[in-house]
Structure formats: C-alpha cells, structure tokens
Design a protein around this ligand. Structure first.
Ligand code: DX5
Ligand code: ZN
Length: 288
C-alpha cells in the first residue's frame, strides 16, 4: 500500500459519514458553553492579528472584536455554499448572494464522500455569472488529477482534503493550483487533527476546517471542532499570517460567533443563507 496522508480512510463509507445529524438547535452562547463543558473561554479572542489570550476569559469580547474591525485589521468574509441553491436556477441564486465575499462550490465524487454534486462543466458555466471569487471545495479522491481543470474552468481558490491522497500528491496538487495563478488550500475532516495542516501550511492561502462530516448540507454544527480552529489559528499566526482560516458546516447567525471567536475569518454557510427570507441581511448578520 502506498504511503498516505490519510488520517482516516479516504472515502470510507463507514460510521459517521452516513449519519445525518438533526437540524441545528437554537445555539445560544450559553448553549455553546454548555456543549464545550466550559472548556472554551468565549470571552477570549483568537481573531487574526490578535495574540491568543491566556488565563481567565476576558470580558467584553464583542467590543474588542468590533474595535479590531473598525481599524480595518479583521474582516469576516462570508462564502455561501451553492449546495443549498436551486440547481435549476443557479444563475439566479448566485446573483442572490452578490453581497457575499466568495461563492463556495462543493464538488463531491461519490467516493471521498457518499454524495455526488457538481463538477468542472458547472464551474465553467457559473464563472461568467458572478464577479465574486469561486471557492471550490474538492471532496474527491486524488484531487491532483483534476485541480488544473478546475482552475481553467474559473476557480479562484481550490481546496483539497489532506485525507484524499498521499502527502506527496497533496503537495503536487497545491503546486499545480499555485502554478495556475490560483489560491491553494487544504481541508481537514472532523476526525483529522490540527497538526495535519503543518506539512502544507507554508504552501497554502487558506485552511478549511470542516465543522460537519463532509457530504451534505443542513447538518448540525460540531462545536467540538473549535479547539482545532484555535490551534490552527495559532499555527497560522506563527507560520503564515496571510493565510485565511475558513469553517464549513452548520454555520448560522448563532454558531458563527464561536467560529469567529476561535479565529476563523471565512464562514461558509449553505442553508443559513439560502433559507433566509432576506439573503443580503443574513450575509450582513453572519459578518457580525
Ligand atoms: C458539506 C459542504 C458544505 C455544506 C454547508 O460537505 O462542504 O459546504 O454545503 O452547508 P450548511 O451550511 O447547510 O451546513
Ligand atoms: Zn464545502
């Protein structure tokens, strides 16, 4: 068997991959504190540019975050996932998110995840419908085979799962994306530890932390991924401060707060955006 960067078998259809969690609950800050067993100090900001605080939770986190934003140092980006759009009306639904920062495109091959969505021809078709960058999340095995074609089709950011191939081939995929003049990134499934980004951190512009098992929209946010987000934020600040930190899965106006508090600066949201009656207002709400 060839050496692999996998932390769990790629495309393993067993266990939690097939379990679709219940719809997200109300998710107040108090609920998150309960779920985390008080482990994450919500008052402490791990926001980009802000040194991780230690010790007791600092009071008044929201004020601090606002003041950082006011100085223009810390902008939250929203990347609506078109997995929750109406595929018969993709152009219309992409126009509905014109106030967002990225268009998040979920590509699934039925092997890496137990679902099949869209591919290269669809990326090519939607490219002229928006001026927003296309953030293409590849949930496919051995993405090195296809990354150049996704770049040529119009992807601006291309993220590949560290579990999807050998470490050597992941490096090669990232190099191919960079050689096309696009922004490469790596993605971590929930069971993959934070350290798995380290071999790639100097080569990427974005790290994506899954806050659900990849494969489906509309799942429950995994608050227990927040220590991993905080750890990766520390790695990024130390090793590659220009790198973005994105979270994906179950992100809504409630769960986005703990993501930002943990250091994420790009929020993917599918159902929370497309189910909203007023989509621009929902995007503003997520930005905080
Ligand atoms: C899951 C996808 C996500 C998903 C997010 O595999 O990567 O982008 O569409 O959808 P919500 O926000 O509904 O969890
Ligand atoms: Zn995604």
């Amino acid at each position: 068997m060839k050496p692999t960067a996998n932390w769990e078998p790629a495309g393993d259809p067993a266990g939690s991959l097939f379990k679709r969690a219940a719809a997200p609950g109300p998710g107040t800050d108090a609920a998150w504190k309960r779920e985390l067993g008080g482990g994450l100090p919500l008052g402490v900001s791990y926001a980009p540019g802000a040194a991780p605080a230690t010790g007791a939770p600092a009071p008044g986190f929201p004020e601090r975050r606002r003041s950082i934003k006011k100085r223009g140092l810390f902008m939250i980006k929203v990347a609506p996932s078109i997995l929750s759009a109406d595929f018969a009306n993709l152009e219309r639904d992409i126009q509905k998110i014109s106030t967002a920062d990225y268009v998040h495109v979920d590509v699934m091959d039925g092997l890496f995840v137990p679902n099949i969505t869209i591919g290269i021809p669809v990326v090519k078709s939607i490219r002229p419908t928006t001026s927003l960058p296309l953030d293409v999340h590849l949930m496919i095995v051995e993405p090195v085979r296809y990354v150049e074609q996704f770049c040529d089709a119009g992807a601006d950011l291309v993220t590949v799962h560290v579990e999807s191939d050998t470490e050597e081939n992941i490096h090669e995929a990232l190099a191919k994306i960079r050689a096309k003049g696009k922004r490469p990134g790596v993605v971590l499934k929930p069971k993959t530890p934070a350290e798995a980004v380290l071999p790639f951190l100097n080569e990427v512009d974005i790290v994506l932390v899954m806050t659900v098992e990849p494969g489906f929209g509309g799942q429950k946010f995994m608050a227990d991924m927040m220590p991993k987000v905080q750890e990766i934020r520390r790695y990024i600040d130390a090793m590659n401060p220009g790198c973005e930190l994105e979270v994906d899965g179950g992100v809504d106006p409630s769960t986005c707060k703990i993501c930002v508090a943990s250091g994420a600066n790009v929020l993917v949201a599918g159902s929370a955006v497309y189910k909203a009656v007023d989509i621009p207002a929902r995007i503003r709400e997520l930005r905080g």
